[in-house]
Ligand binder design. Structure first.
Ligand code: BDR
Ligand code: CA
Length: 313
């Protein structure tokens, strides 16, 4: 079967970076057409720089585009207190050789979708770039096969406020636009990502691979680990964003259910909350494939096997 064409929209972020590596390691299944960066974990100049750094580390020639520097309506929120001031603390920052493309990420998304059919979008940051593209040219919708998003929370509660997961909270209006766009959507929220824990044992297995991509992964996860293990009293940090790519590669790792999911865009108290109608009590259309469970061991098997594909130095 031909590789599935995808665009990854991200705000690296250590977990975004690992998701990029997982996709780059899987060319038989995924044709990575481009990486679009958005402001999120850190400001846009850092997220696009970090995405280009990951291309250098993985020796990938995928083009990188910079997108929206702030959410559609609300002021920007960032997360340096988790990811560090560079967004990818845990590895040394360098000026990447991978160039930044001149085109704006939103134009790249629109032009790519209009020139092809059945492209899958994989957003793993605030949804500003994707929603802006949809609003600017709704004709792109019929060219989208699926949108596989990291965002939202139901039973797990929020990670940035009691109600909201970070990506949805940062741009709830964009999330509302994307979730109501009428295309097939799969949502990987905290209910699954908080089960995908990078325990010391799992990270050590990646460390034994000894290639530059595995080394960068271990460096970043080791930094990420400190904050999250204290916050959640867990054995390791959740590896949120790679769940999207893992779902594309091996969907049977996840349990999903079609549900209606609505985003709170008005209440300051619960802004960005994803109301997941798991038991269909509202009778609203079941139009989002909500992930609620995951085989975490299987996920780390897949990740480790894929990271092993990168060449030794
Ligand atoms: C999400 O927020 C960011 O901090 C991570 O990169 C991930 O996309 C988890 O809530
Ligand atoms: Ca992210």
């Amino acid at each position: 079967m031909a590789a599935r064409p995808i665009i990854i929209d991200c705000d690296p972020g250590q977990d975004d970076a690992v998701a990029l590596f997982l996709a780059m390691a899987s060319p038989d299944e995924l044709q990575l057409l481009g990486i679009t960066a958005v402001a999120g974990n850190v400001p846009l100049p850092l997220t696009e720089r970090n995405a280009r750094m990951m291309c250098d580390v993985a020796e990938s020639d995928v083009p990188v585009f910079a997108g929206c520097a702030k959410p559609m309506i609300r002021p920007a929120i960032s997360a340096e207190y988790i990811h560090g001031e560079t967004g990818i603390n845990g590895i040394d920052v360098f000026e990447p050789q991978t160039p930044l493309q001149e085109k704006h990420a939103v134009d790249f998304i629109i032009d790519t979708l209009l020139s092809r059919d059945a492209v899958t979008l994989v957003p793993m940051g605030p949804l500003t770039n994707i929603a802006t593209a949809i609003k600017r040219n709704p004709e792109i919708l019929s060219h989208i096969e699926e949108i596989v998003i990291m965002g939202g929370a139901m039973r797990e509660g929020g990670n940035r406020t009691p109600s909201a997961e970070f990506n949805i909270l940062v741009d709830p209006h964009a999330a509302d636009t994307v979730l109501n766009c009428g295309r097939p959507i799969t949502l990987m929220g905290l209910d699954v990502t908080h089960k995908v824990l990078s325990t010391e044992e799992r990270v050590a297995r990646i460390g034994k691979l000894n290639n530059p991509v595995a080394d960068a992964t271990v460096g970043m996860l080791s930094f990420f680990h400190r904050y999250d293990t204290e916050k959640y009293s867990s054995q390791g940090t959740p590896l949120h964003d790679p769940c999207t790519v893992a779902y594309l590669l091996q969907p049977d790792l996840f349990k999903t259910k079609l549900c209606n999911v609505s985003v709170e865009t008005e209440s300051e108290l619960t802004m960005g909350h994803t109301a997941v109608d798991f038991w269909h009590v509202t009778k609203r259309p079941k139009d989002v494939n909500w992930a609620y469970d995951v085989d975490a061991d299987g996920f780390y098997e897949l990740l480790t096997e894929r990271l092993a594909r990168f060449p030794l130095p």
